[in-house]
Design a protein around this ligand. Structure first.
Ligand SMILES: [Zn+2]
Ligand SMILES: [Zn+2]
Ligand SMILES: [Zn+2]
Ligand SMILES: [Zn+2]
Ligand SMILES: [Zn+2]
Length: 345
């Protein structure tokens, strides 16, 4: 296409585009201005409860209970699950009423549903979604959350799960302070799967939520074990955060080569309950420490912080348990480094 024909074609496209131009709905939180996705129930940043009404006059209908956008043909509000059937409701499940997208069929009635409808608008069946665009699962409702989120956009509860382990976190924080370990902005998250720290996100510490969620009562939770596990994982995080330190001769003589390949996934968690140094292996604080130089460091870090950085007390115990010189040196290396970070000598 050339010349006038081309120009005419463009003007047609422009007219079509102009006709389609409708104001986009505001996808920012009205309170804190954080970016949102449409149909989130809560702002993940400030936890404000959100309402997605028919602001663009797409369907001409809102749920009389929750005020979210619905279609006259719906029988159930897909957002709050309440019965909104009236004479306009469709007798048959539809695929895609005006103003809504067809994403898949409801497994029970085969009507069309759109992400992230929580209930089928035709038969009311609860709708599961995979929430694939999210980094992880909410520890409270299992729906998708990202690591930066404070509030779950679906259930409005703490997306990090830290509310479930307050006791352990308080203890960890206190121990770090008395051990004089400088804060490095780590972020603890309760997640399904295994506990660990990924070198790709050294400040994010994932703690396996089964230690908490599978318990029926709060007093069934082993807070000692959980505190130990968190401190061990913090050890990994601390090391990643101070990675250049691992290249120094003194560090390498004490802990060895931490770059040896392996995957950090701590499943041998039983060890983490112990406060006392194990007697079995001469050169390591615990049996688990002997599995890899990075585990050795994480375990040394855990003992150092659990015992409040009190080297004299620790060394007394090492002497009685006939630990090797290398164990003393590991703690000295860590102790000196922790002090150097605070500008001490
Ligand atoms: Zn907000
Ligand atoms: Zn509703
Ligand atoms: Zn259905
Ligand atoms: Zn949730
Ligand atoms: Zn570990």
């Amino acid at each position: 296409m050339k010349g006038p024909t081309m120009r005419r074609a463009w003007s047609v496209v422009r007219t079509l585009m102009a006709r389609r131009e409708v104001p986009r709905p505001e996808l920012r939180c009205p309170r804190c201005r954080a970016e949102l996705e449409r149909f989130w129930y809560y702002c993940p940043n400030c936890s404000k409860q959100l309402v997605w009404g028919d602001v663009q006059r797409e369907t001409g209908a809102e749920c009389r209970y929750c005020r979210w956008v619905v279609s006259d043909s719906f029988s159930v509000c897909p957002w709050c699950g309440r019965d909104i059937a009236d004479r306009d409701s469709s007798a048959e499940p539809l695929k895609k009423p005006k103003g809504f997208k067809y994403e898949r069929r409801c497994r029970r009635c085969h009507g069309g549903v759109q992400y992230p409808m929580q209930w089928c608008p035709w038969c009311g069946k609860a709708q599961p979604w995979k929430y694939e665009r999210f980094q992880n699962d909410c520890p409270h409702c299992d729906r998708g959350v990202d690591d930066w989120m404070e509030t779950c956009p679906w259930c409005g509860r703490d997306a990090t799960g830290r509310d479930l382990v307050r006791q352990a976190l308080r203890r960890v924080r206190r121990l770090l302070i008395v051990s004089r370990v400088k804060d490095w902005d780590y972020r603890i998250l309760l997640r399904p799967g295994v506990s660990g720290v990924s070198p790709a996100a050294p400040k994010v510490i994932e703690i396996d939520r089964r230690f908490v969620s599978r318990k029926r009562r709060r007093d069934e939770i082993s807070w000692n074990m959980l505190t130990g596990l968190i401190l061990h994982e913090l050890g990994h995080s601390f090391l990643y955060h101070n990675w250049t330190w691992t290249r120094t001769g003194r560090f390498r003589r004490a802990f060895g080569e931490v770059r040896r390949a392996y995957r950090v996934a701590d499943e041998h968690w039983v060890d983490f309950e112990r406060h006392r140094v194990a007697t079995t292996l001469v050169d390591y604080v615990s049996r688990y420490a002997a599995t890899h130089p990075q585990e050795d460091f994480a375990e040394t870090f855990r003992f150092y912080v659990t015992r409040r950085g009190r080297l004299r007390e620790l060394f007394g115990e090492f002497g009685r348990k006939r630990k090797g010189v290398r164990v003393f040196e590991k703690f000295l290396v860590l102790h000196d480094y922790v002090r150097s970070l605070r500008g001490w000598r």
